[in-house]
Design a protein. Sequence first.
Length: 131
Amino acid sequence: RAVEGQAVAPQTADVGGRTYAVKRQVVVPQLKQKDGETVYIKIVDLIHKGKEIKDATGVLKAAQLCTVINLADSRHYMYLTNAVLEGVLADEYPGGSYIGKSFAVKKLPAPEGKRYKSLEVVEIEETDGDK
């Protein structure tokens, strides 16, 4: 999905002595997350089904995605959600009320004998640093 009307980097491009403003970011990179890593994100849109792609066995599958702002670099990314995160957000933030909120999401290794990855999810908010 293209991202319009929000800050993306870079915001301008100087080409041949002329300056161009970024109108929209057409390709949004994927935010990669390793086991044990915590990402700090602000969710921009609803979790939605991505394009169906054949997996290694030839079965069509679609990832669940949402656009986020990585708070570490203020850039937009596509974030692949798993069933655990999708379920937690749907239960705790009905009607998509997680949009516009910020979270620390730590990806944990799969428990022994399980295929799914667990997560630690904490809602965070910016403070002025004086508290």
